[in-house]
Write a protein that binds this ligand. Structure first.
Ligand SMILES: Nc1ncnc2c1ncn2[C@@H]1O[C@H](COP(=O)(O)OP(=O)(O)OP(=O)(O)O)[C@@H](O)[C@H]1O
Length: 495
């Protein structure tokens, strides 16, 4: 398996280099390889006949990363479980994925059938990075996601998907052994995979954010103090860093990629001054298409493409083909908004044991003489004359109000223009009469609401004017670091 061979090569070639900086400690590639071997030795007898999917309780320690690689070498699929997730959620994942072995690199023993790995330093085994050849699973990982829709579903990503992603990513940025790379994501979120795997394949060093330090200012301290060169982020983070923009200066940063949610050009322009030498990329992709599959380069000199202030998501990466479809999955003309559907080598083999969902989420369609399998993203997009995709919003965020189709992003766009640096989120609410109305959450203690509404009335039709407003000092974020719209919605209901 190419990916495993490449990892093995990197470990051997860069054994003296630092692989990780975790909780103020550096670990070399040799330390990591030793840890991987020890964990393999410990789990090998326990894993036989335990099935392909192994639960992994994710912690911020070297043992957890070593466990991922040990599982891959043993031909297993890791399924991340989060120690802070509610017990019944983890249990539901264990049941759904038929997990009968859980690896926990800590002293906790939370789940049945948990193998506790205390440390990867003991006992010391001979370093062995040769993959076992028996019963290899097709899948590298299965992520159970529930971000915006709230319904957990298992997304298996195969080694083939991952290898194709890595190839495509290489065209955006070639990481090398001198790079120092930020890894700020929970291992339950697929952005973590690109953040640790790409550096490890290149012999670079991965800097993780200790969980108790998820103060946003710590990220830039890490960037500055350790002169990080590569950072992969979700856009919400720069909103949090905004108060510090004047203090942040990271001339060593050479590549900064955003993905996971809409990126607003105005904030990005300000942020870009903190990283004067970095290539900045806005990438897009659902978990189902392996992390990211389209990308757009931010241009410091020329005008950047936006729609309602949201950065363009650009063109397909290598191996991906995306189309915009309307009714009956007809491909739409340039400029027409419809649902973005994606085919190619990065598309998941299908949801884990969910034939019903697979039937609705994937379809076959002829395209230029080829019968291709497409994934329905649920994202409303259009393609411009230049072949770039523009992100409009979630299909399910397109509210129907008094029969009119309303784009919530448009309300947010005009509100942000009026409020300048204050963040807002528009939400479609169902009132007691079962009618839809617009709620607006504002990330501030207070603002002149009447003036905002008067301004919006000059920009938007009457049915798009918010009828409920709430203020919150800081928007809640989900465990992936994205704005948690579901929690914001409950604030309206409880208001
Ligand atoms: N660059 C981007 N611009 C705008 N939106 C983006 C961008 N990148 C990702 N997204 C949004 O994030 C979604 C993918 O996120 P992810 O796969 O983590 O799932 P989710 O929608 O947050 O949660 P879930 O599918 O579990 O409900 C995309 O479908 C899109 O809506």
């Amino acid at each position: 398996m190419q990916l495993i061979d490449d990892l093995k090569d990197a470990f051997e070639k860069h054994e003296e280099n630092n692989a990780f900086f975790i909780n103020d400690t550096y670990y070399t590639y040799r330390d990591l390889a030793q840890g991987v071997s020890n964990i393999r030795q410990a789990i090998k007898p326990l894993l036989s006949e335990k099935g392909a999917n192994i639960g992994l309780v994710v912690h911020d320690n070297i043992e957890t990363y070593a466990s991922i690689i040990a599982l891959w070498l043993e031909g297993k699929t890791y399924v991340p479980l989060h120690p802070d997730f509610p017990e019944n959620r983890n249990q539901a994942i264990i049941d759904q994925a038929h997990i009968n072995a859980v690896l926990d690199a800590s002293n906790q023993n939370t789940f049945q059938n948990t193998f506790t790995i205390q440390t990867c330093a003991l006992p010391t085994s001979k370093i062995n990075l040769n993959p076992s050849t028996l019963n290899r699973s097709e899948n590298a990982y299965i992520l159970f996601t529930s971000g915006t829709t709230g319904v957990p579903k298992g997304v298996p990503i195969s080694f083939r998907n991952l290898s194709n992603f890595l190839k495509a990513f290489n065209a955006l940025c070639q990481v090398n052994k001198k790079d120092r790379c930020l890894q700020m994501f929970e291992l339950t979120f697929d952005m973590s995979v690109v953040s640790f795997l790409v550096p490890l394949l290149a012999g670079a060093c991965v800097y993780t954010i200790p969980k108790n330090k998820i103060k946003y200012s710590f990220i830039f301290e890490l960037m500055e103090d350790y002169k990080l060169t590569i950072a992969i982020m979700v856009p919400s983070i720069i909103n949090y860093l905004r108060p510090y923009f004047d203090e942040i200066h990271c001339p060593d940063m050479r590549f900064n990629l955003f993905a996971g949610e809409a990126l607003y050009l105005d904030v990005l322009e300000e942020w870009s001054r903190c990283l004067p030498h970095a290539k900045i990329v806005n990438a897009y992709g659902p978990t189902e298409t392996t992390i990211i599959c389209t990308s757009y380069d931010f241009n410091r000199e020329l005008e950047n493409k936006t729609h309602n202030g949201i950065m363009c998501i650009g063109k397909d990466m290598e191996g991906t083909l995306s189309i915009v479809v309307g009714e009956q999955d007809q491909e739409l003309e340039e400029g027409a908004t419809g649902e973005l559907c994606i085919s190619g080598k990065q598309v998941t083999p299908g949801y884990w044991e969910d034939p019903e969902k697979n039937k609705t989420s994937f379809f076959y369609k002829d395209h230029n003489g080829e019968n291709l399998r497409f994934y329905r993203t649920g994202d409303a997009c259009f393609k411009d004359a230049n072949g770039d995709f523009m992100y409009v919003g979630r299909v399910d965020f397109q509210a129907k109000i008094q029969g009119f189709r309303v784009e919530l992003a448009e309300i947010e766009f005009h509100s942000k223009a009026f409020l300048e640096k204050i963040n807002v989120v528009a939400i479609a609410l169902t009132n007691q009469l079962n009618n839809t109305e617009i709620g607006m959450a504002i990330e501030s203690e207070t603002i002149p609401t009447a003036a905002l509404m008067s301004y919006l009335k000059t920009k938007l039709p009457h049915y798009m004017i918010p009828t409920q407003v709430i203020f919150t000092k800081q928007f809640p974020l989900n465990s992936n670091g994205k704005i948690d719209r579901n929690t914001l919605r409950t604030l309206f209901i409880n208001n």
